[in-house]
Design a protein around this ligand. Structure first.
Ligand code: UD1
Ligand code: CA
Length: 452
């Protein structure tokens, strides 16, 4: 069956109190819209059409970046959900098949749920609406179900009678129907209601007038969660994190204190990896199996290989690649660098734009001086090198394998294999000077206090 997904995303999102279009606010470091687009992508549909309005240029950029084949249509005036759907008509003139309507502000709809809706349609329902039950007070549209279990009507909260408002079965907004039928019904919709808007929900009444069959599929309240304010955004974030933590643990990842670990939507972690308390994963991070991420580490855009140990208090930035059994520890920052197998960067170091070989030991306080104020430069360190504490490596620079630097050195020229680089002034010992010096200081202090 050919299918398309239309994602309604033109609304202003007034209650977000934001300059950013609502659908570009993040959950788990990813815009709401992308969550809906992921669901669409999992449906293997022929087209994904985004209806954009407020901030459409930004919305388009984000959408195309995720799926270059996504098609954007603009709804310049937000006259309602039916009017929004109608903007996609031109893109589907020659299309015959199934259509799913999703919202850009309803991020948790599961592909499986859409598949269930599709099955119900195949079994003879012309329109299938996704509903959910809730005991909480809310202003969702109400689903009116007849005795035979079919869907009779959707009544918007503002237009509902007191009795209808008491119905617990609500409209998630998600619809599955036939494309031609959809546009046919949408063209009949009027805006005679409390909001003077063209309600997509009116297609049910219109379908019933034609004796068509309408049905519902039920999902959980959380799956149907729509985001209208920052309070709801925070609520959705914690729901997402809870689900992700559970999924991680069920896949064999140990979370010492699950509630203190925060993932991005794309975080991937292998079996038997342990994540201690208070760890944050930004976008695009993968961790292989049997790694250990200690407390208070902040990790984004990094790849951590098997058996590596990170933290406590490590900061891994984009492009950090840790090979098997390597270590990046206490108060170290790594950016755009490869850390070789078994290599150690354990104390208070900054490693940026570097290629560090296998079994290298980076001493405490080592800094790669990678930036000259204009360009970034590379530091290369060969296998088994031993970098003395407090070495500054002024890039571009190459240190061969089995090299060593004297601690405190400022290394500005390359070091050949097996050599020691030492770059600091030579030490001189002045005998008895320390004692004499203190005596002199004490004498001066005595004179000064007598004067006062
Ligand atoms: C809508 C449903 C309601 C349902 C609720 C679920 C209608 C008339 N009502 O109400 O039954 O319970 O969703 O969340 O459909 N949008 C546009 N253009 C517009 C208007 C809206 O693109 O002109 C988009 C919004 O960006 C949003 C979605 O459509 O992504 C829903 O719009 P919103 O105004 O939030 O609808 P609700 O009042 O929540
Ligand atoms: Ca809404």
């Amino acid at each position: 069956m050919q299918s398309v997904v239309i994602i309604l995303s033109a609304g202003m999102g007034t209650r977000m109190q934001s300059d950013l279009p609502k659908v570009l606010h993040n959950i788990a470091c990813e815009p709401l819209l992308i969550h809906s687009m992921r669901t669409a992508a999992a449906m293997d549909c022929q087209k994904t059409i985004i209806v954009a309005g407020h901030g459409s240029e930004e919305v388009e950029k984000v959408a195309i970046n995720f799926n270059p084949n996504a098609e954007i249509v603009i709804q310049s005036e937000q006259l309602g959900t039916a009017h929004a759907v109608n903007q996609a008509r031109g893109k589907l003139l020659d299309f015959n098949g199934e259509v799913f309507i999703l919202y850009g502000d309803t991020p948790f709809i599961k592909p499986n749920t859409l598949k269930n809706m599709s099955k119900l349609r195949e079994n003879g329902s012309n329109i299938v609406v996704l509903g959910f039950n809730t005991d909480e007070q809310n202003s969702y549209g109400r689903l009116i179900i007849t005795e035979d279990g079919s869907l009779e009507e959707i009544v918007e909260f503002k237009d509902a009678t007191d009795d209808q408002k008491k119905i617990n079965y609500c409209n998630s907004g998600v619809i599955c129907t036939d494309t031609n039928l959809l546009f046919d019904l949408v063209s009949e919709i009027e805006n005679k209601n409390a909001n003077n808007e063209f309600y997509l929900t009116d297609i049910i009444k219109l379908a019933k007038n034609r004796n068509l069959k309408c049905a519902t599929v039920e999902c959980s309240e959380s799956e149907a969660m729509g985001i209208n304010s920052r309070v709801e955004l925070a609520h959705a974030e914690s729901y997402f994190q809870e689900e992700k933590r559970t999924e991680m643990m069920l896949n064999g990842v140990t979370l010492t204190d699950p509630n203190t670990v925060w993932f991005s939507s794309d975080t991937v972690i292998g079996r038997d990896t342990i994540i201690e308390q208070n760890v944050i994963f930004g976008p695009e991070t993968t961790v292989e199996s049997h790694a250990l991420i200690k407390s208070f580490s902040h990790i984004e855009g990094a790849h951590i290989s098997k058996g590596a140990i990170v933290g406590p208090f490590a900061r891994l930035r984009p492009g950090a690649e840790l090979a098997n059994n390597s270590k990046v520890g206490n108060f170290c920052e790594v950016k755009e660098s490869q850390i070789g197998e078994g290599a150690k960067v354990n104390h208070l170091s900054y490693i940026g734009d570097a290629k560090i070989g296998d079994n290298v030991n980076i001493g405490a306080g080592t800094i790669t001086c990678n930036y000259d104020g204009v360009s970034k430069h590379l530091t290369e360190i060969g296998d088994r090198a031993f970098i003395g504490s407090n070495t500054s490596l002024v890039a571009p620079i190459q240190l061969g394998s089995d090299t060593m630097t004297a601690s405190g050195s400022v290394i500005t020229s390359n070091i050949p294999d097996k050599a020691l680089g030492i770059a600091r002034s030579k030490q001189e010992n002045k005998l008895n000077f320390a004692v004499k010096f203190f005596e002199r200081l004490k004498a001066i202090k005595l004179i000064n206090t007598k004067d006062k």
